[in-house]
Unconditional design. Structure first.
Length: 58
């Protein structure tokens, strides 16, 4: 028995573009989920972390 395997690989720029789009979408989703969270503790924890990292938010 002779098994043949074929590996199809995408060009590097296609993989990098897909990774960038996925990272952007995930980041946006996380920001929206935390920003509009109905739980004040989640929003406040993120707010305090942002200030401790030196990023102003208001």
């Amino acid at each position: 028995m002779n098994a043949q395997t074929s590996s199809h690989s995408l060009p590097a720029h296609v993989g990098a573009r897909a990774a960038a789009i996925a990272a952007f979408a995930l980041g946006g989703l996380l920001v929206l989920m935390v920003g509009f969270s109905p739980l004040p503790a989640v929003h406040d924890a993120t707010h305090d972390t942002r200030h401790s990292a030196g990023f102003p938010c208001h």
